[in-house]
Design a protein around this ligand. Structure first.
Ligand SMILES: O=C(O)C[C@H](O)C(=O)O
Ligand code: SF4
Length: 511
């Protein structure tokens, strides 16, 4: 095996996976666009997603700033040197991070320190298995943390919100899967793809679920019962009307793949791995003698993602341009559904920032300011200047315990994130005159292009690149008001509506 060549092949695989969505995934996104009515929030969001996919491929930039947990599944002939292969993968990961194709994403769980190069205990994940074929098959999935948080494991029998009892049979499994889509709402950047593992133990069940994500979206399950269940889920999960980013709409799920394995008599798990629309997986066939890529695995004809300019605004909703700093009066005039275009200063702050700010002063004046829940991919040039390489929103609900207090303490007027926030924040927005704006999750190239300058950074050494406070100048940064200063929340409405719709699926189907 030529180790240097194998390492180069792994670097190519990582870059392709992070920056270019495979044809089968693109096809589902193109089909979803056709199903949403023009001008609706979900249609606008899908338009941005399509534009982002095209931009990422053209510029070889990360589709989403969260480049996830690199997970490799490798099949190799007997005699292929796994120690050398592992070394090549680790070196390629470090190189891809330096090039800004991966975000430094490996964090010490106790100290919070980012290793900076995506290596560390448990990262990346590499599974090897030998086989009798004569080539090496390497598959990679980059699954982000936000959708990972929406994975769920059910232990049957159980009682499910909206659906009642789920027993130890195919119908109980059906209920679990519908519930899994419901509970994710928009927070895993819907519309998503799910892999389901039936059986196993808690660990192997999730492994089986994740293995389903390596299946092609357009394959057919060889198990007839599971084929029927997959078809049923694809048809009915979309009736929950969660929509893209949880904006409400006709498409909530883009793919469902189900696998089964044996279990212990006492255990019956249904494990669901939820993957966002930014379903980044690719694979290569490698010549074991040369280390060269001989073929790509997830290929297909090129897909027309449709018109990317989706500017129409839904119903009576307006488009409002705001220059930061923003006044209370401007904020009070905004209503759920308005499209807001922001120009001027914006500051990033996510998990570490919120916790720290509860009992520290802020290094910059945030009065009238805009706080962006975002952990970008950043690169420094030779002159020491920082550049944004990818900068979409992160899931806001993690900041729920802090947000209202932080808004009050610093006089923030707009918080931008995705997936929405809860009752405490909604009350805080009303009391202090602030607004929550939902940006399109995963649209990291689209938003990176809005950043015209990086003014500086705080807490870089302490928190690492994704968690640092980046001070940005933006132009034309577009997001939708989903929680206003009058007590309205689109997220609460969609959740309630979808729970009602979930209960339509209470009656047995697979008796
Ligand atoms: O970490 C991030 O930047 C985003 C994360 O994947 C999320 O969906 O919340
Ligand atoms: S931000 Fe959204 S698209 Fe990106 S990894 Fe997280 S869930 Fe996926």
């Amino acid at each position: 095996m030529n180790s240097q060549q194998f390492q180069n092949s792994m670097l190519k695989l990582i870059i392709e996976t992070s920056t270019n969505l495979p044809a089968d995934v693109r096809k589902q996104i193109a089909a979803a666009r056709v199903k949403e009515e023009m001008g609706t929030r979900s249609a606008i969001a899908l338009g941005t997603i399509a534009e982002n996919i095209i931009m990422a491929a053209e510029s070889e930039g990360p589709i989403c700033q969260d480049t996830g947990m690199p997970t490799f599944h490798i099949h190799c002939p007997v005699g292929a040197n796994q120690i050398e292969m592992k070394k090549g993968i680790l070196a390629a990961i470090v190189e891809a991070t330096k090039l800004g194709k991966l975000r430094p994403n490996s964090v010490d769980s106790l100290t919070g320190k980012n290793s900076g190069d995506n290596l560390g205990p448990g990262t990346p994940v590499i599974h090897f298995e030998q086989w009798e074929k004569d080539y090496i098959d390497v598959r990679l999935i980059l699954k982000g943390g936000g959708c990972e948080n929406k994975n769920i494991q059910y232990s049957l029998p159980c009682e499910l919100e909206g659906l009642g009892k789920a027993g130890r049979d195919l119908d109980g499994i059906r209920k679990c899967i519908l519930h899994a889509v419901y509970q994710a709402q928009g927070q895993g950047c819907s519309a998503g793809f799910i892999g389901v593992g039936i059986g196993g133990d808690r660990t192997s069940g999730y492994t089986l679920a994740k293995e389903q994500l390596f299946r092609r979206v357009d394959d057919v399950n060889p198990n007839e019962q599971l084929r029927q269940l997959e078809e049923y889920i694809m048809e009915n999960a979309n009736k929950l009307s969660i929509g893209t980013m949880g904006f409400g709409g006709n498409v909530s799920l883009l793919g469902c793949k189900i696998g089964v394995m044996n279990r212990l008599p006492a255990s019956f798990y249904v494990s669901v791995a939820y993957n966002c629309w930014a379903y980044r997986r690719q694979g290569v066939k490698i010549n074991p003698a040369t280390g060269v890529i001989e073929d790509w695995i997830y290929t297909g004809d090129s897909v027309d993602l449709g018109q990317v300019q989706e500017t129409a605004v839904a119903g009576d909703n307006r488009q409002v341009v705001l220059q930061a700093p923003i006044t209370e009066e401007q904020i009070r005039s905004l209503k759920v559904g308005d499209v807001v275009v922001i120009n001027g200063a914006m500051h990033t702050g996510r998990d570490a920032f919120h916790k720290y700010m509860m009992d520290h002063d802020c290094p910059v004046d945030l009065n009238g300011g805009v706080l962006y829940h975002c952990g970008p991919v950043m690169l420094k040039d030779e002159t020491g200047k920082w550049h944004v390489k990818a900068a979409g929103p992160t899931t806001s609900s993690r900041e729920e315990p802090y947000q209202a207090d932080i808004i009050k303490k610093f006089g923030i007027r707009a918080v931008i994130g995705k997936g929405g926030m809860g009752a405490k924040t909604l009350a805080g927005l009303k009391e202090h005159g602030a607004v929550y704006l939902n940006a399109i999750g995963g649209a990291a190239q689209y938003y990176a292009q809005c950043v015209k300058d990086v003014d500086g950074v705080d807490f870089l050494d302490e928190f690492g690149i994704p968690e640092a406070m980046w001070h940005l100048q933006v132009e034309g940064f577009t997001a939708i008001v989903t929680m206003d200063s009058h007590g309205n929340s689109l997220h609460a409405d969609v959740e309630q509506e979808s729970l009602k719709k979930l209960s339509d699926f209470k009656e047995p189907v697979f008796a």
